[in-house]
Design a protein around this ligand. Structure first.
Ligand code: GDP
Length: 393
C-alpha cells in the first residue's frame, strides 16, 4: 500500500529515512511521500533521504531550533501552534494517491512524543484516509522521564489514530553495542518488518497469481477497528530457480502431482515460519491469544509459496488467537528467501505496557514529591540558620 509517512522527532525522522532507503533497495514502492518534522534543526540536517523541502522545523520562536529537551508537553504545544507549517508540507503530498498516513515517532522523547498525537488528530479532521501511528517505546534503561513521556504519549496517541502499531526498543536492545549502532540495527529491523507488511499490498494484479496476493484493502481492514498492533516476522533463505517459477507454483498450488515432495516441503516450511513469526519476538511482545484480527503475509519467490501452506498457517493463527478475522495471502518477490510477516491487531494482553505505566506512575510521583519539597529545600540552603544575613534587595 502507498503511504504518506510523517517522521516526527529524531527517531521518527530516522526511521522514515530508513523506509525510503528500503524502498529504493527493494523497489517495494510503499513510501509515496515522506515528511520530517522536528524542533531540532540538527536532527533534520542529519537525514539522508527525505527531500530537504519536506523537512519542517517547528517551534523556532520558542526553542530556536534546539529541540524541546524531552519535554513532551512543550512538544505538543509547539505542534499545536505550528500546525499550519506541518500542513504546508502535507499540502505537497498527492493525498489522492495514498492509501493511508503513517506517523512515526519515538514516544519517550519530547518532539515526536508530544507532537504526533496532535498531528494525528489534525489529519483525521481533514482527510478521509486512515491515519496510523508507528510508536517506538523507550528501553527500560533510559530512565523515568522517558518512560513517563512514553506512557502519556501512548495513551493519547492510541486515541487519536486509526491504529497504533508499536515497536518496543526494550525488547530489541542488544548488549555490547553502542547506542547509535544499536539504533541502526533496530531501525533496520523495524523497516524490514513493516516494509514486508505494507509492501504486500503494492503487488500489481497480474504480476502473479492475483487472487491470493494480499491487497492493501486487507491491510486496512485488519487495522480497521483501532487499538494497538504488533508484528511478528520470520524468514528462511531459499534457492531461487531461474525461470519456471510460475509453472512450479501452479503445480504446487493444487496439491502437487509430479513433485509432491517439493510441495510438502514448501507447505511445511510455510507453516513452521508462521509459527516462528507468531511465537518469536514481536515488535511489541504480548500474548497473541485474544488478538482481535490478524493478517498473514507470506513473501518470497512464487515457486516457494503455495496456497495450502498459507491456508494452514492462517488456520493455525485462528486457533492461537481465537479470532475469526484472520486474513492471509502472498507477496511474490525475487529475494532468495521466504518470509512470514504477521500483523496482530487489537492486542490486549501486553504486560510491557502495564509495566511501563507502573514505572511512569512512580516517576510522576517522584517528580511531584521533589517539586513540592524543592522550595523548602532551597530555603534551607540559601537562608542562614539564625537569619542574620540580609539580602541585597
Ligand atoms: P524527539 O526528537 O524529542 O522526538 O526524541 P527522540 O526521537 O530523540 O527520542 C525519543 C525516544 O526514541 C528515545 O527515548 C529512544 O527510545 C527512541 N529513539 C531515539 N532514536 C531512535 C532511533 O533511531 N531508533 C529507534 N528505534 N528508537 C530511537
Amino acid at each position: 500500500m502507498k503511504l504518506a509517512m510523517i517522521g516526527f522527532g529524531q527517531a521518527g525522522g530516522k526511521i522514515v529515512d530508513k523506509f525510503l532507503e528500503y524502498d529504493r533497495e527493494t523497489g517495494s514502492g510503499i513510501v509515496r511521500s515522506a515528511v520530517a518534522v522536528n524542533t531540532a534543526k540538527a536532527d533534520l540536517l542529519g537525514l539522508e533521504h527525505i527531500p530537504e523541502e519536506n523537512r519542517v522545523l517547528i517551534g523556532q520562536a520558542r526553542v530556536k531550533g534546539h529541540g524541546v529537551g524531552a519535554d513532551n508537553e512543550l512538544g505538543a504545544e509547539i505542534a499545536e501552534e505550528d500546525i499550519d507549517e506541518v500542513q504546508g508540507a502535507i499540502d505537497n503530498i498527492p493525498v489522492h494517491e495514498v492509501d493511508a498516513f503513517l506517523i512515526v515517532a519515538g514516544l519517550g522523547g519530547g518532539t515526536g512524543s508530544g507532537g504526533s498525537p496532535v498531528v494525528a488528530k489534525h489529519l483525521k479532521r481533514i482527510y478521509t484516509e486512515p491515519v496510523y501511528g508507528l510508536g517506538v517505546l523507550p528501553g527500560s534503561d533510559e530512565g523515568g522521564i522517558y518512560t513517563l513521556n512514553a506512557a502519556r504519549s501512548f495513551q493519547t496517541f492510541v486515541r487519536e489514530v486509526d491504529n497504533l502499531m508499536v515497536f518496543d526498543n526494550d525488547a530489541w536492545r542488544q548488549t555490547g553495542e553502542s547506542v547509535e549502532g544499536g539504533y541502526d540495527h533496530i531501525n533496520e529491523e523495524i523497516v524490514r518488518r513493516f516494509g514486508v507488511l505494507f509492501g504486500a499490498g503494492e503487488v500489481e494484479a497480474g504480476d502473479n497469481v492475483a487472487e491470493s496476493v494480499v491487497d492493501s484493502s486487507e491491510i486496512i481492514n485488519t487495522l480497521d477497528g483501532g487499538g494497538v498492533s504488533t508484528v511478528g516476522y520470520a524468514s528462511e533463505d531459499v534457492e531461487v530457480s531461474s525461470g519456471g517459477g510460475l509453472l512450479s507454483r501452479f503445480k504446487g498450488g493444487d496439491g502437487g502431482t509430479d513433485d509432491g515432495m517439493d510441495t510438502a516441503n514448501t507447505t511445511n516450511r510455510i507453516t513452521s515460519l508462521v509459527r516462528k513469526a507468531a511465537l518469536g519476538r514481536l515488535t511489541l511482545p504480548c500474548e497473541i491469544e485474544g488478538a482481535e484480527r490478524a493478517l498473514l503475509v507470506m513473501a518470497g519467490p512464487p515457486e516457494h509459496l503455495n496456497r495450502k501452506g498459507i491456508e494452514r498457517g492462517r488456520k493455525w493463527l485462528e486457533e492461537q488467537t481465537g479470532s475469526m478475522e484472520v486474513r492471509g495471502g502472498d507477496y511474490p518477490t525475487n529475494a532468495p528467501k521466504v518470509a512470514a510477516s504477521i500483523l496482530l491487531a487489537g492486542v490486549h494482553n501486553v504486560p510491557r505496557i502495564k509495566e511501563l505505566q507502573q514505572v511512569a506512575i512512580e516517576a510522576q510521583d517522584n517528580i511531584d514529591d521533589i517539586r513540592s519539597q524543592s522550595e523548602d529545600n532551597l530555603e534551607d540552603l540559601v537562608e542562614d540558620d539564625e537569619d542574620e544575613l540580609d539580602p541585597l534587595f
